[in-house]
Design a binder for this molecule. Structure first.
Ligand code: APR
Length: 313
């Protein structure tokens, strides 16, 4: 039997680590595609040379030619630029939009039946753009943010209480970034509501640290952004698709009226399986959380309007 195949567009920190995790989790063959051909080829070669030690038996290729992605069931999109000093959010939006658009056209050409998992920021807006450009069904295109944001939130709660992150249950909704909405009512530690374990004022601090989770790592690394946890989060979603798990994971998905939000991508719990997004879970939210989620969606909408105004979508 042929192995399954996953394409990773962008062989940088997140893309390279995704490739590593996919073969180490024994999920699929991997192809890395990057505008920097040597980077994609070099990382593929390096990962291939680890095969006998790590005991995986997968084909790992790399290059700059998009035709390499043919036959992939899942395409992970990590190509993009990070925000540099002096660059506005809008500048970044336009630059990454051009990269995502080009990639989505190639995905449509070479992998018309695939599932696209978006990572490039600003996440929810780039996911909308990939959906529109690829022409795929909305369920076949979704973004990774909630799994990462939830994992960060769980980590900080676990650290505060001296428990394992796996003992924490949590849900984070909304757009990726400043407007994310951790839902306190659904946050539990070994089944106990977190609100009874951590004082409100401290919880607020933890929520803010989660929102700033990416920025905190950027300020420590100085020359890049987070990639271990982001690539783990991506692989969780890849595995849900390839193994048709039908697992409910927080994802940036296309909403058509759910949570009162229409025609945009935003983070909510979704059932992920071999067809991509197979269902959306509508949680009961407090008025405050509903309002926060709608505000978050407004931020995404503004970005989409900007893309439309710039003629990119
Ligand atoms: N086609 C293919 N690859 C491209 C293109 C393109 N048009 N433009 C840029 N790239 C590649 C770069 O050459 C680089 O290797 O995308 C890669 C991005 O890697 P890093 O700069 O290491 O960024 P990384 O930390 O992996 O973050 C990836 O995740 O958090 C988001 O928005 C962030 O876009 C970033 C993405």
């Amino acid at each position: 039997m042929n192995n399954l195949k996953v394409a990773v567009i962008g062989a940088g920190q997140v893309g390279g680590t995704c490739a590593q995790r996919i073969v180490e989790r024994k999920l699929a063959d991997v192809v890395l595609v990057d505008i920097a051909e040597g980077l994609a080829k070099g990382k593929a070669l390096d990962l291939g040379q680890a095969a006998s030690i790590e005991e995986y038996n997968f084909k790992i290729e790399g290059g700059s030619d998009y035709s390499l992605i043919k036959g992939s069931g899942v395409v992970i999109m990590t190509a993009g630029l990070a925000r540099k000093p002096g660059m506005t959010r809008e500048d970044l939006l336009v630059k990454n939009a051009a990269i995502v658009k080009g990639a989505a056209e190639n995905i449509r050409k070479y992998c018309p039946g695939s599932i696209i998992i978006m990572v490039t920021n600003p996440l929810d807006i780039m996911t909308y753009l990939a959906y529109k450009t690829s022409g795929f069904d909305s369920g076949k295109v979704f973004g990774m943010a909630g799994v990462l944001d939830t994992a960060r939130f769980k980590y900080f709660i676990a650290e505060r209480l001296g428990v394992l992150p796996s003992e924490v249950e949590a849900v984070v909704l909304g757009g990726h970034g400043d407007s994310m909405v951790p839902v306190i009512e659904y946050t539990k530690v070994n089944g106990k509501p977190v609100s009874g374990l951590i004082p409100d004022s401290e919880l607020k601090g933890i929520i803010q640290r989660t929102r700033d989770g990416g920025a905190e790592i950027v300020s420590l690394l100085k020359t890049g952004s987070a990639y271990y946890a982001p690539s783990s989060a991506v692989c969780e979603m890849v595995e849900a698709v390839l193994k048709d798990k039908g697992e409910v994971l927080p994802a940036s998905v296309y909403l058509e009226g759910q949570y009162g939000i229409n025609d945009l991508y935003c983070g909510v719990p979704a059932k992920i399986g071999e067809d991509g997004v197979e269902g959306i879970v509508e949680l009961k939210l407090s008025d405050k959380e509903s309002a926060a989620l709608r505000w978050s969606a407004e931020q995404v909408k503004e970005g989409i309007e900007y893309l439309k105004k710039s003629g990119l979508v």
